[in-house]
Design a protein around this ligand. Structure first.
Ligand code: ISE
Length: 351
């Protein structure tokens, strides 16, 4: 059985997903790529043996596409996910599911309205599949460091992406930390505050860096610095400090060079090499679930809505001088109303 995947967006992430699905994922074939920049779409379509489209609508409607992976601009996600729901096609949408809370809520509601069964929407919070984060979570669950007390995290990019502002630092980059922190600690984020040191002169469009404080229901306090123009390399850190020790992500350097009386380790320029295993394992899990007709183990639309609620609270804190903002999550029964649905096949056109 082969799942024919159409990819929306032929930029950095869309091309990366296309190559991973084409070269490393059992049971998947890339049959279509869409991007308004036709040259980009054609280039990656040629590389993967797919056809190219200039619009997402054509790709989603194509009879040669069983499932859709969305890697377009964040602001285009909601409309494209709605179209996938209307065509009853499973969709893996890059994070964030949508940049606003209102859109995420709307997508969750629309998916629910389709009925019970296996949800169509999965969301690309790929860190949940990163072997190092998984091992860190296992250590915490084994009790290796006793009760966790605080988490110290960093999220540093070489340079910010274009068209952003201070809020999109949270909704596009900080959102990973929001999702992974609650997932690691198995505890929802209940209050947040946002803080700003002096800003780098390298980016006039946003406050950079930003310091996020996230307090989970278990009382653990997480601080994350998100610094998009850190210049020196792509650097993600996470150390959980517990009552009896700490556990942290090891730095993902592949080599150490010793020369001229100096030891040097290199940084990746962006997240793709650092999280390559995570992207591959996430895509394989998605395709395996589509083929077996089981519920995908990826982050759900409800997880993305929860993250969006926290992101919105951080933006509210930013707009109110760093005030502590409490977050009200709906009762679990409402969040999990999809659970318990009968296992129903989601793919109708599997070759
Ligand atoms: C980017 O969109 C990603 O998803 C990366 O994982 C993240 O580190 C980066 O900050 C985002 O811009």
């Amino acid at each position: 059985m082969t799942v024919r995947v159409g990819i929306i967006g032929a930029g950095v992430m869309g091309s990366d997903h296309a190559r991973i699905l084409h070269g490393s994922i059992a049971g998947a074939t890339v049959t279509a790529v869409a991007d308004p920049a036709q040259d980009r779409a054609r280039a990656i379509a040629r590389e993967t043996g797919a056809r190219s489209f200039s619009t997402a609508a054509e790709l989603i409607a194509s009879p040669f596409v069983d499932a859709v992976l969305i890697a377009s601009h964040d602001t285009a996600h909601a409309e494209q996910v709605i179209s996938c729901l209307e065509h009853r096609k499973p969709v893996l949408c890059e994070k964030p599911l949508a940049p606003t809370l209102r859109e995420c809520q709307d997508l969750v509601d629309r998916q629910k309205a389709i009925g019970r069964g296996i949800p169509l929407i999965s969301v690309g919070f790929m860190r949940r599949f990163h072997p190092a984060y998984r091992e860190l979570k296992d250590r915490l669950e084994e009790g290796a460091i006793g009760q966790p007390l605080m988490v110290l995290s960093s999220h540093r990019n070489v340079a910010s992406y274009p068209d952003g502002n201070s809020a999109s630092t949270i909704t596009n980059s900080g959102i990973h930390e929001i999702d992974v922190t609650a997932w690691l600690l198995s505890s929802p984020i209940e209050s947040v505050s946002w803080h700003a040191p002096r800003s780098t002169a390298l980016d006039a469009s946003r406050q950079d860096p930003q310091l996020l404080h996230l307090r989970t229901a278990d009382g653990v306090l997480t601080t994350v610095d998100v610094f998009l123009n850190a210049q020196y390399g792509y650097d993600v850190r996470c150390e959980v400090v517990g009552e009896r020790g700490t556990v942290e992500l090891a730095r993902p350097h592949l080599t150490t060079t010793n020369r001229a009386h100096t030891q040097a380790r290199s940084y990746a320029a962006d997240w793709r090499p650092v999280f390559s295993d995570a992207y591959r394992l996430q895509s394989q899990a998605w395709i395996d679930a589509l083929i077996s007709g089981t519920r995908p183990t990826l982050a759900t639309a409800e997880d993305a809505l929860t993250a969006a609620r926290v992101a919105q609270a951080l933006v509210d804190s930013m707009n109110s001088g760093g005030a502590t903002i409490s977050i009200k999550h709906p009762q679990p029964s409402a969040v999990e109303s999809f659970a318990g649905g009968e296992h129903e096949r989601t793919i109708t056109h599997v070759r």
